[in-house]
Design a protein around this ligand. Structure first.
Ligand code: AMP
Length: 302
């Protein structure tokens, strides 16, 4: 596995890897799978890396805690890091190249360009974390230019991020296929996250309320006449039963367009795919989770 810390090394090593592919007689065309991460890798990241490995000739991982996507009062300084463990997991997932740039390497001078995907970023995490998606767009856009992936793998844990990146790729004609991947969970349902290590034992036990509520909501939308308003009321009520839970948002939108769902109309009359998205703080740790809901399928299977 090749390790690159500078843009020059990255460019040289990628050229070599692609050249080696084109010299093989097995029909490989040098397709590049790419998984961008902030490190402190877990099985959620590994699921993306395994898919990248399975579907491409070359598999590339980036590990970079991107300061641009953190707000001034967020956890940039204490974001967990463990390079040695990350590299061991990357090796296990048969990554060909890991790109581990420093902040100076990625941003040698203060960027004045902004990558702003409007509309999609004005709600959910975009509303709670102003500027967050501008930072994500900037770093993902730069990495796409530097790596030139055929396919890039993103987890649906960050479903809004998937929608934003897909829009950016469509708007700017990046020649890359965005591959959304399912959320990987702990046995009790908690979505894996690098931030789960911040949780106290008590908070960890309570955090399961997120996935439990999402699962319950998939049943609740099947009730006759259930409206978005009533569903969200029930969702908030159930989450609030957890002592340490402090709801940032619990919202229902169409997905991936993130348009409002009429509050008082029966959900089953919605034809679109919907997303029920949650952000909840447990102590100082903010967790997100979501579930796609398919009202159409409920009706068709009734
Ligand atoms: P991060 O390191 O948190 O920036 O995440 C890097 C990528 O891994 C993003 O595309 C995330 O959506 C994805 N990811 C994080 N947690 C999970 C999970 N539990 N299941 C699937 N993908 C995940």
């Amino acid at each position: 596995m090749i390790l690159c810390r500078t843009l020059t090394e990255l460019s040289e090593q990628l050229t070599k890897l692609k050249h080696n592919c084109s010299n093989r007689s097995n029909g490989s065309n040098g397709s590049v799978g790419f998984v961008p991460t902030m490190g402190y890798l877990h099985e959620g990241h590994a699921s993306l890396l395994r898919r990248s490995r399975a579907e491409n000739d070359i598999s590339v991982l980036s590990i970079f805690v991107n300061p641009l996507q953190f707000g001034p009062n967020e956890d940039l300084d204490r974001y967990p890091r463990d390079e040695k463990r990350d590299l061991a997991l990357a090796e296990e997932c048969q990554v060909d190249l890991v790109f581990l740039p420093s902040t100076e390497e990625m941003y040698p001078k203060k960027p004045l360009t902004r990558v702003l995907v409007s509309g999609l970023t004005s709600k959910l995490c975009g509303a709670s974390r102003p500027g967050h998606f501008d930072g994500v767009g900037m770093v993902v856009g730069k990495l796409f230019h530097l790596i030139g992936p055929t396919r890039a793998y993103f987890g649906m844990k960050d479903a809004q991020q998937v929608a934003v990146i897909q829009q950016m790729v469509d708007d700017l004609n990046y020649p890359v296929e965005i591959v959304p991947c399912p959320i990987v969970r702990e046995p009790d349902g908690l979505a894996l996250s690098s931030r789960n290590v911040y949780l106290s034992a008590e908070e960890r036990a309570e955090a399961v309320v997120l996935s439990q509520t999402l699962q319950a909501a998939a049943q609740w939308i099947q009730e006759d006449g259930m409206t978005a308003e009533a569903l969200l009321e029930r969702v908030r009520q159930q989450i609030s039963n957890a002592h340490h839970a402090d709801i940032d948002y619990a919202e229902l939108y169409t997905y991936p367009s993130l348009e409002e769902v009429p509050a008082a109309a029966p959900i089953l009359l919605q034809s679109d795919k919907l997303i029920l998205a949650l952000a909840v703080k447990f102590g100082s740790t903010r967790l997100i989770d979501n579930r796609l809901l398919y009202p159409n399928e409920v009706i068709n299977h009734a």
